[in-house]
Ligand binder design. Structure first.
Ligand SMILES: *Cc1c(COP(=O)(O)O)cnc(C)c1O
Length: 430
């Protein structure tokens, strides 16, 4: 199978080449040019996430340089089966995607992408992975690439706009993984990374790779965990599972849509945004109008111009058709706070501010009479956001062990001007 650019100006490339490039040379995002179709019963003997992923992803990689490596990559990168926990009511579930090394869902995509990039043949210059992060991506990519030979990572994050614990995590790798605190917003960081990746001349001098949610190498494994969750649920309940997904850059929710498109038993998909409400406005019928991002309590979702919207538009060029495939709701900071408290009281779960958006939206859906079984997606562990969660609940939230080990290390980040010349020089010099 091949991949095309959402801007359509480039010839198609293999999935392996699309993964190694990150962004298409014309500045577009790569999309697979076919959607394999599956029936749930084809997965009857696949129970672990890795086994589901090996089967589900095989058609994408057939005939590419990564075909033979795929099973090994899946077994390494997707070794943790995300639990579908009860969520306080008989038909409500919590899909816990936070059991990896940095306690957020981005660990899955980052580890899979690392596996792919490490399995691809490389020249003798090191590959530089440039990653813009609103908090969690950078740490997941750093953890996945730390001390891997032949690869170095430059993490760009908006100075002062990530939680203190997240900032600590971003700077604690050292060695081949460096953190830069950019004088700007997440959208600025994303623009810096995109501009650099789109510069073919520069990339000849400094080989670059992308690890943002724009990389197909992150999107595909995310689709696999939705397939895994929906299949497990379908086997036990005989019905599709509906999802509420905390959304920023739209990578996680798009992956869920892809799983549904490929025939997996996924029902409705509802996006939970924070106060950055371009998607809720679009799905409610307004034009798509990117905005400067607002800082909120669910900071990993502070995105005013979701990159993956371009992929959605490539799939559904007609806005009316696109509005038919999912819905979106906005959640204010005040509602995040009340949701964190209510979710502990009514559902017995302590959730992070992002997951609280999904819990709030699920409560709204149930109050409006929604039937069926629903999973709220838990995108990060609450212990990553103690400053928000602990005062509201009046309790401490114990750190999961991998996160505690990471936070015990010293942390350092270099300041970086919001300017692509500065970034170019820095990566060329060192
Ligand atoms: C990145 C992130 C999100 C948003 O995911 P997108 O794929 O960008 O929509 C939500 N919650 C957490 C905890 C995140 O780290």
């Amino acid at each position: 199978m091949n991949a095309y650019s959402t801007r359509g100006r480039e010839p198609v490339v293999s999935i392996a080449d699309a993964i190694s490039a990150g962004l298409a040379p014309d500045g577009g995002l790569y999309m697979p040019d076919a959607w394999p179709q599956f029936h749930a019963k084809e997965f009857d003997d696949a129970h672990t996430l890795a086994d589901v992923a090996i089967r589900f992803l095989a058609p994408f990689f057939a005939g590419s340089a990564l075909e033979a490596a795929l099973p090994g990559i899946c077994r390494d990168a997707l070794a943790i089966d995300p639990p579908l926990a009860g969520f306080g009511k008989p038909d409500d579930f919590l899909l816990e995607l936070f059991h990896g090394p940095t306690a957020a869902f981005k660990d899955y995509g980052a580890a899979f992408l690392t596996g792919c990039l490490s399995a691809l043949p490389r020249g003798d210059k090191p590959l530089t992975i440039v990653v813009a992060t609103s908090g969690d991506t950078g740490a997941a990519v750093g953890a996945a690439f730390h001390r891997k030979p032949g690869v170095r990572v430059a993490i760009l994050y908006p100075d002062g706009r990530v939680a203190p614990r997240q900032a600590h995590q971003l700077g604690c790798f050292g060695d081949n993984v460096r953190a830069f605190r950019v004088d700007g917003s997440f959208d600025d960081c994303q623009r810096l990374a995109k501009t650099l990746l789109a510069d073919a001349d520069y990339r000849r001098a400094v080989p670059l790779g992308s690890a943002n949610s724009i990389s197909l190498g992150r999107l595909l494994p995310q689709a696999a965990y939705y397939a895994h969750a929906a299949l497990g649920h379908f086997r036990s309940r005989g019905q599709p599972l509906n999802f509420v997904i905390p959304t920023g850059n739209l990578g996680n929710a798009l992956a869920c849509l892809l799983a549904r498109r490929m025939g997996l038993p996924v029902g409705e998909i509802v996006l939970a945004s924070n106060a950055n409400d371009v998607l809720p406005k679009f799905f409610a019928g307004e034009d798509y109008t990117p905005q400067p991002s607002l800082a909120t309590l669910a900071n990993a979702m502070d995105v005013g111009a979701p990159s993956n919207f371009e992929r959605l538009q490539a799939l559904y060029p007609d806005p009316a058709a696109l509005r038919g495939v999912m819905r979106a709701e906005a959640v204010s900071d005040a509602q995040i706070r009340t949701s964190i408290v209510r979710t502990r009281e009514t559902r017995g779960h302590v959730v992070c501010p992002h997951t609280a958006c999904a819990a709030e939206v699920l409560d709204r859906l149930r109050a409006a009479g929604a039937g069926g079984t629903w999973a709220a997606v838990a995108t990060a562990h609450p212990a990553k956001f103690p400053d928000v969660v602990e005062p509201l609940l009046g309790q401490t939230v114990p750190l999961p062990a991998p996160l505690a080990a990471m936070l015990a290390r010293p942390s350092r980040a270099q300041p970086l001007a919001n300017d692509d010349v500065a970034l170019r020089d820095l990566l060329r010099r060192s």
